[in-house]
Design a protein around this ligand. Structure first.
Ligand SMILES: NC(=O)N[C@@H](CC(=O)O)C(=O)O
Length: 447
């Protein structure tokens, strides 16, 4: 007997109010529900119900960098942020470039039970950019990998990129490119422009991103394959992607919450919390990224959740690691950057943070929406709760958030994954309880 929930008076992404009943591993009813004997009642008056959020770009750090994050702690952060599925990037140690490693990551996710963990496979062996990894073996493994990325590094060699794009077609995979021309960004510390000159920091020019995207959309067209562009950060990149889509090239793109809200001026503080790759850009870029998300040129928001331990961030700017945690704050940042100003409605948020990332990653059982028969993946968000983003909002192992001390709207109140609660009343549910519920489902499926 699985648990059942009756969520009452929620506002659906469409704006309609409805009750939602979760039972028997499904959303079984959405509408006015009078009677639900035995169900746990969750009062959602004033809350928005979204389909469970799906992050196509999460660094979970396990195996190898457990001092930053583990699959367990990273998926706790996911639950806190309203995510029910995360795609785990391959830059672990060992790198996720074999069937063995991706299966290990997936099974750690299943055991933890906080979210679906879908591993991303490396494109090249050891992320070294020299030799293709065993893409087919990872695709055929129990992890069923469909997204391949050397994120952290660009697949720079055009012949390797071409071969990877050709290879993944056989299993409907996609190459997610970290677009960074390595020579143009050697030693880069921040966006290249007037400010980098003033601050005396080596610049990361926009053209280093734009030139790789231009090359890759042409390669994708040439071989008739599917390309995904990670963390688009410049107005020029948006123009290239707009051109490629108009031409019918099969390209999708993501923008991070931080590139939708923050600008390079923050770097003047020399506070390494603002150090990230690609770097924070100009206000004009932020405007272009917001507009591109609104008009569909950019398909999704992905967090690039990049946890680092305190010692990697509490140093002078040049020595600090790139990256920000982002799972716990993503929905509030999207709210602040594109919902409050009317660029996106909540149904658009459901698309860019749930259904489209699930589709790009070919992930079944996620992003199906809040309708009868859909998988029981639901997030409840309180849009009226406004507060300073504080440490109590972080549920992962690392605290390198650029939003600490900043006022952000809204708060995730509850997350339901696989029919059970992973976050309730704003509290991440205990690990042993969540693991027990997850195990019961696996056991049930076997039995
Ligand atoms: N996005 C980041 O700033 N950091 C990423 C890797 C990377 O893309 O550099 C990380 O793994 O820490």
């Amino acid at each position: 007997m699985t648990e059942s929930f009756l969520i009452t008076g929620a506002t659906l992404p469409s704006g309609e109010r409805a009750d939602i009943r979760i039972a028997d591993g499904r959303i079984i009813e959405v509408g006015r529900i009078a009677d639900a004997a035995g169900a746990t009642i969750v009062d959602a008056d004033g809350l928005i119900a979204l389909p469970g959020l799906v992050d196509l770009h999460t660094h979970l750090r396990e195996p190898g960098y457990e001092q930053s994050e583990t699959v367990l702690t990273g998926t706790r952060a996911a639950a806190a942020g309203g995510f029910t599925a995360v795609f785990a990037m391959a830059n672990t140690s060992p790198v996720a470039d074999t069937a063995g490693v991706v299966e290990q990551v997936a099974s750690l996710g299943t055991a933890a039970g906080y979210a679906t963990v879908q591993p991303i496979g490396a494109v090249t062996v050891g992320l070294k950019g020299e030799q293709l990894a065993e893409l087919g073996a990872m695709a055929r493994s129990r992890a069923g990998v469909r997204v391949f990325s050397d994120d952290g590094f660009c697949v720079f060699d055009p012949l390797l990129m071409r071969r990877a794009l050709e290879y993944v077609k056989a299993f409907d995979g996609v190459v997610a490119q970290h677009a960074q021309e390595p020579r143009l960004t050697q030693g880069a510390q921040m966006n290249e422009g007037a400010l980098s000159g003033e601050l005396g920091l080596a610049g990361w020019p926009a053209v280093a991103e734009e030139s790789i995207i231009a090359r890759d959309v042409l390669l994708a067209e040439h071989v008739g394959s599917r390309l995904h562009v990670c963390h688009v950060s410049t107005a020029g990149s948006v123009e290239v992607i707009r051109w490629a889509k108009a031409r019918g090239i099969d390209v999708t793109a993501e923008v991070t919450p931080h590139h939708l809200l923050l600008t390079e001026e923050l770097v003047a503080s020399y506070d390494p919390r603002y150090k990230v790759n690609p770097p924070l850009r100009r206000a004009e870029d932020v405007e272009a990224l917001r507009a591109a998300l609104a008009d569909g040129t950019i398909d999704i928001v992905a967090t690039d959740h990049a946890p680092h331990p305190i010692e990697a961030k509490q140093s002078e700017w040049d020595a600090a690691a790139n990256g920000m945690v982002g799972l716990e704050s993503a929905l509030s940042v999207v709210h602040a950057s594109v919902v409050e100003n009317g660029l996106l409605g909540w149904s658009d948020v459901a698309r860019v943070l749930s259904s489209t990332p699930a589709r790009i990653g070919r992930l079944a059982g996620q992003g199906q929406g809040i309708v009868a028969g859909a998988a029981p993946e639901v997030t409840l968000y309180d849009p009226s709760a406004a507060s300073e983003f504080a440490l109590d909002r972080l549920a992962g192992r690392s605290i390198n958030s650029p939003y600490l001390g900043r006022a952000l709207p809204g708060r995730v109140v509850a997350t339901f994954h696989a029919g059970y609660a992973t976050l309730l009343d704003g509290v991440v549910q205990p690990a042993d309880e969540v693991a027990r519920r997850a195990a019961a489902l696996v056991g049930g499926a076997r039995g």
